[in-house]
Write a protein that binds this ligand. Structure first.
Ligand code: B12
Length: 511
């Protein structure tokens, strides 16, 4: 039996404590409400370790009493056998390093193992970069972490572990993907004294509902290869799922615990039509009372399951639309057509999905200003309720990162811990300043078309947002696309451009 501290490390830009002026009475002072996604990774791992006889204490650094100082004090006092740090993406890596340094000095003999998406794709580089870390668990942690706890004195035999031995970084053979995802207990959503509040992405604090909210993962992976996405890398291009029965068992538990809003973090929930049918049929049969949201591709079979999804209280469906020109869709490797986008979003609305959301990226390679305008015009025609237009970013481990390394734009050895906006580093894109201008015009077009052609639906949506939002925040939300770039946010640039003293890639017109 090992005593494990299992810690979810957050990037401070991705959570916001809910100001209790909104809530009259907070039942449990220790308990906090935070606008953030729950830490499903450690919620998933904790019950597995407990089931195997280990003692697990969970921490989420968004809790003021679980920040670095508090955790370091607890580590210094209790000296756990192992500290396991979990974090999601490149943006949280600086916070992770800082915390690891504090925990290592609080208990130098306690080994620190880390894991999560970014860690899995950069294990060797992280161990070379951060001396406070002892090893990295690559990929799924259910078997790997308990294997590690059982073999602390024989690390060479743990598949999927990257560890340090007499100054050398050693990578053990990869651990196969878990075949039977039904084999594990349901995530622990009760131990952490935190209520996670369903909210929109955080540049404007929009509380969507105060219903008891959580996330669930019913399948893993995606077999498609969009050039900007790391998921195929993480899931080795495979799609695997839990059985409908196993998922419904968890949903029954959540329903009975009072959860009334659930978001599926599946990379691609719409992949298997029959399974969707079985899950939705079970939700209806059992009379489960929660609303739920999920994400998927427009070309998936699941689109034909929309009628039963709607009857099963699916009230939010987000599609990876990305662009409104076939040229850019093909450049991004989306393997989907404009017609499929119109069909899927139209079907979703026709079958009563309350909020249909479209994810878009702008500033893609070879995308012109005219293409971006076409994308906004296309979006304006779609049956979407909400939409997000983010400048395309490149992350290590994606095909686009590899392309930029091959084109000599990114130095993989020196830039590995960064992510970049393509429009800041790729000469084939349009400049960021042009994108922001086009985005403002585009949002004006989208808002205008909604108010003129769908006034009732737009009014309903605004009413939904304003239920828990201060009017000032609602106005900030509506005005946010028109505020343009605020202040001089330091650009993330590759060493090659910094050394050349370049602030922008040298574009044809300028050369
Ligand atoms: C849901 C999600 C979000 C949610 C937040 C979820 C959260 N928990 O906070 C939101 C929408 C807020 C979000 C935001 C972002 N995300 Co996101 N997100 C995801 C998504 C789709 C699923 C994550 C999830 O819930 N997994 C389910 C749980 C069970 O899995 P897990 O946490 O990975 O844990 C498992 C293993 O990793 C492992 N493990 C985890 N911790 C540990 C610890 C140890 C010690 C060990 C041994 C193992 C281990 O075991 C667990 C069980 O198997 C992933 C895609 C993916 N498939 O990973 C992208 C993903 C992680 N996100 C990504 C990105 C880029 C971002 C953003 C930067 C996007 C942006 N520009 O805003 C932000 C950053 C947010 C931040 N830093 O907090 C990228 C990361 C790429 C990279 N190289 O860093 C991914 C891979 C998506 C992609 N398309 O490439 N995201």
């Amino acid at each position: 039996m090992k005593n494990v501290f299992l810690i979810y490390v957050r990037d401070k830009d991705y959570f916001k404590l809910l100001d209790d002026t909104l809530i009259t009475s907070a039942p449990d002072p220790e308990r906090i409400r935070v606008m953030a996604f729950p830490p499903l990774g450690i919620q998933t791992l904790a019950p597995v370790l407990r089931q195997r006889g280990h003692q697990v204490r969970m921490f989420d650094t968004c809790h003021p009493q679980m920040d670095a100082e508090h955790i370091a004090r607890a580590v210094g006092k209790e000296h756990p056998d192992v500290i396991a740090l979990s974090f999601l993406s490149v943006t949280a890596y600086p916070a992770l390093k800082e915390l690891a340094g504090q925990l290592k000095s609080a208990s130098p003999d306690t080994p620190i193992i880390i894991g999560g998406a970014f860690a899995s794709m950069n294990a060797d580089l992280i161990l070379r970069d951060c001396a406070y870390l002892d090893c990295v668990g690559v990929g799924e942690g259910e078997e790997l972490l308990s294997d590690y706890l059982d073999n602390l004195d024989n690390l060479a035999r743990i598949a999927g572990l990257v560890w340090r031995s007499s100054g050398k970084v050693i990578r053990n053979e990869p651990r196969p993907l878990i075949e039977n995802l039904d084999a594990y207990p349901y995530p622990d959503r009760t131990t952490l004294p935190i209520d996670y509040i369903e909210s929109l992405p955080l540049d404007v604090p929009a509380v969507l509902s105060l219903d008891k909210f959580c996330t669930i993962q019913t399948s893993r992976g995606c077999p498609y290869h969009c050039i900007y996405c790391d998921i195929p890398n993480i899931s080795r291009g495979k799609w695997r799922s839990r059985s409908a029965e196993h998922v419904l068992g968890e949903m029954q538990q959540l329903n009975d615990l009072g959860y009334r809003s659930i978001y599926f973090t599946d990379d691609h929930f719409l992949f298997n039509g029959k399974r969707i049918n079985d899950i939705c049929g079970g939700i209806i049969e059992r009379g489960l009372k929660f609303n739920w949201g999920c994400e998927g591709r427009v070309d998936s079979v699941g689109v034909e399951q929309l009628p039963i999804m709607s009857r099963a209280n699916c009230n939010m469906l987000a599609f990876g639309i990305e662009a409104g020109t076939q040229k850019t869709l093909d450049r991004l490797g989306k393997c989907q057509t404009l017609a499929q986008i119109e069909h899927a979003t139209g079907e979703a609305k026709k079958h009563g999905i309350d909020r249909v959301h479209g994810f878009f990226v702008i500033g893609s390679p070879e995308e012109t200003a005219a293409d971006v305008i076409k994308t906004f015009r296309f979006a304006a025609r779609l049956q979407l309720d909400t939409f997000g237009f983010n400048r395309l970013s490149v992350y290590r481990g994606t095909p686009l990162w590899k392309e930029y390394v091959d084109r000599g734009i990114i130095d993989d050895r020196l830039d590995w811990y960064k992510s970049f906006k393509c429009c800041d580093i790729d000469a084939t894109t349009i400049p960021s300043s042009v994108i922001n201008r086009l985005r403002m015009k585009g949002y004006a077009l989208l808002f205008a078309r909604r108010i003129i052609f769908r006034p009732i639906r737009t009014w309903k949506l605004l009413k939904q947002f304003s239920r828990f939002m201060k009017i000032s925040d609602l106005l900030k939300l509506l005005w946010s696309p028109f505020r343009g770039q605020r202040g001089t946010k330091k650009l993330n640039l590759p060493v090659g451009m910094i050394d050349a003293g370049l602030e922008q890639p040298v574009r044809q017109s300028e050369s």
